[in-house]
Each structure stands twice: as structure tokens, then as C-alpha cells.
Design a protein around this ligand. Structure first.
Ligand code: PMV
Length: 325
């Protein structure tokens, strides 16, 4: 059966930073994200008897090398779970990202791939099983199975069977906006995988990061339930800064920020001083995402576009979970 699935990316408000198991992708800490409607991937999977290996097309280009290896390794898990080790697939994936610049699409990519492949190979799944499966392709992707506000529970079991996302509040719970500020198309120098490993192994601040998570999570969940923008924004921004602080205390130290990243952070603080509620968050790269409320959209866009070094600003609303087309 030929199956097409669509998944949106997500932005973490409480970051996932550090693995306790690299192979199964089990995190050290719970995380919490908002699924975004602005960035998504559609993926079509068809298992064909005539194929002796997988064929993977991304944006109509046949892919080989590392990217291909990551996709086939993930499909191996699905083949194994379905009891069909010799079933190979043709995969067509399209990333709907407004600009080509620096936006990781692994979250939407692996969520769409997991959903399409599991259905195409007749592997019985529900959303929780799909989240567990997706997690093994890319950690943050396990949150993209659900729409709106989503928590990834780290779980305690060694086999990862209790490490999956759970929905906290649906997309229509709260019309909060996220401006994605695009700086550069440069590849990030320290990939999230390597950055996490180095931080867990060497950063003096890493234990403090892990210790800080339960309070952040409890408070942000209250803020989301109450639709308290200041509370949610303050916690998300502080949590982001604490994650990035662990990289500065690693050995060797590193940082994902560019000079323009700092300029945008300052522009957001200046907006707040001028009475416009806005908060930033940054993942494992130089790009910044800014949280704000709809009534400030024009001001936010104009301010961010005017920061020197900014390429583009793209607006997202809360997005839906995975769907089949
Ligand atoms: O799942 P990965 O390997 O793309 O790691 C994502 C890590 C952060 O984006 C920095 C935080 C997060 O929770 O998404």
C-alpha cells in the first residue's frame, strides 16, 4: 500500500538536551514543545517487492550518504517490528519550509516518515506507539505526533517503552504565535547529537540543567493551562538560556550563537522594555524563535526584520499532529 503522511515541526519551550541512551534515543530530561503550523513535511512510502534496497528522494532529489543511511537504519526498525526484514521501500519526502535557511526538519521529517512507513507496512500503531517509534529516528520528532502543546516523558525503562510524547493542550487551546527568524543558511558546526554528548560528558553545568527541569515543567504547564503569556514566555526563555549555558561550560566549550543571534535577543528585550510582551528561544543553531501574542504581530515582524543580519521572518500558529493524506 502506498501511504502519505504529513507532520509539522515543533519548537521546544522546555528543551530536550542530553541522552541517557544514544542508540534508543532516550533523554535525560522531560521536554515540552509547541507544534508549529508553518513548517511541515509530507512523506510517501511504498514497499515494493521488486526493490533490493530502499530508495529515498528528498525534495525530488535521490539521496545517498549519511542522510540515506539514517533513513534506512530507521526503516530497519520498522521492518523488524513488522516481521518483514526484506521489505524495501521507495520514499518521497518534501519539506515545506518557507526558506531554505538553516531550519532543521528532522522533527517533521521523522514523524512523517514513521507514520507513512508504519501504515504502508501494516504495522499496527496508535499515537503512543508511533511516538515511541518516531523517537528512535530523531528524539524531538516524537513530540510532532501530536498537535498543540506536547510533553515528552523521558520514561524510566531501559527498553524505552515508556519514553514518548503526551498531549498537554490541543492547538486550538491558545492562539499564541511564533516568529521564526532566519539568519543564515550555514550548516551548524556542532550537530545536536555531538553537542548533547559533549555537554553530558564534560559540562560542569549539566547536573544543574537536569535539576532545573521539574520546576520549569510544573510552572510552564500551569502557565499553559491558565494561558498566562508572561509566565510561559519567561520560563521558556530562561530554560533556553540555561540549556545554552551548559555548552559554554563544556570541554571544549562551544556556542550555537552568532552575533546576529545576540542582536535578536537584545531586540526582544528592547521590545519588552517598550511594553511589547515577547520572548525568545533558540535550539541547537543560530536561528531564533520569538513567542508573542497575535495583537503584536505587525510590531514583532517589523522589529525583527529590521535587525541587521536578519534574512527573513516566518510566522507560525499552533499546528496539528500527524495526519494521513
Ligand atoms: O532531536 P534532535 O536531535 O534534533 O535534538 C533537538 C534538540 C533541541 O532542538 C536543541 C531541543 C529540543 O527539545 O528540540
Amino acid at each position: 500500500m502506498k501511504t502519505t503522511a504529513k507532520a509539522h515541526t515543533n519548537i521546544a519551550l522546555i528543551k530536550y538536551w542530553g541522552k541517557r541512551d544514544e542508540s534508543l534515543i532516550l533523554p535525560m530530561n522531560n521536554s515540552l514543545s509547541l507544534t508549529l503550523d508553518g513548517f511541515y513535511t509530507t512523506t510517501t512510502v511504498e514497499f515494493q517487492d521488486s526493490l533490493m534496497s530502499d530508495r529515498f528522494y528528498l525534495n525530488d532529489r535521490l539521496i545517498d550518504g549519511k542522510e540515506y543511511a539514517r533513513v534506512t537504519a530507521f526503516l530497519d526498525r520498522i521492518r523488524e517490528a513488522a516481521g518483514r526484514p526484506d521489505a524495501f521501500a521507495e520514499i518521497h519526502s518534501t519539506n515545506h519550509v518557507p526558506t531554505a535557511a538553516g531550519f532543521a526538519s528532522s522533527a517533521s521529517g521523522f514523524a512523517a516518515l514513521a507514520a507513512a512507513a508504519a501504515k504502508a507496512i501494516d504495522l499496527p500503531t496508535d499515537e503512543q506507539k508511533l511516538s515511541i517509534l518516531t523517537r528512535q529516528g530523531s528524539g524531538s520528532a516524537c513530540r510532532s505526533i501530536y498537535g498543540g502543546f506536547v510533553e515528552w516523558e523521558k520514561g524510566a525503562k531501559a527498553d524505552g517503552s515508556d519514553s514518548h510524547a503526551v498531549p498537554i493542550a490541543p492547538a486550538d487551546h491558545w492562539d499564541i504565535r511564533v516568529a521564526a527568524v532566519v539568519l543564515s543558511s550555514a550548516e551548524k558546526k556542532v550537530l545536536s547529537r555531538e553537542g548533547m554528548r559533549r555537554t553530558v560528558e564534560t559540562s560542569a553545568y549539566y547536573p544543574a540543567w537536569v535539576d532545573s527541569i521539574p520546576d520549569d515543567l510544573a510552572a510552564i504547564k500551569d502557565g499553559i493551562a491558565e494561558r498566562d503569556f508572561e509566565k510561559v514566555g519567561e520560563i521558556a526563555e530562561a530554560n533556553c538560556l540555561r540549556m545554552h549555558a551548559t555548552t559554554l561550560a563544556a570541554n571544549p566549550p562551544f556556542s550555537y550563537w552568532h552575533s546576529t543571534t545576540l542582536s535578536i535577543m537584545q531586540a526582544v528585550r528592547d521590545l519588552r522594555s517598550a511594553g511589547v510582551p515577547a520572548f525568545f528561544t533558540i535550539d541547537a543553531g543560530p536561528n531564533v524563535k520569538v513567542l508573542y501574542l497575535p495583537e503584536y504581530e505587525a510590531t514583532i515582524k517589523e522589529t525583527l526584520r529590521n535587525v541587521p543580519g536578519v534574512h527573513d521572518v516566518t510566522v507560525s500558529r499552533p499546528g496539528q499532529g500527524v495526519s494521513y493524506i
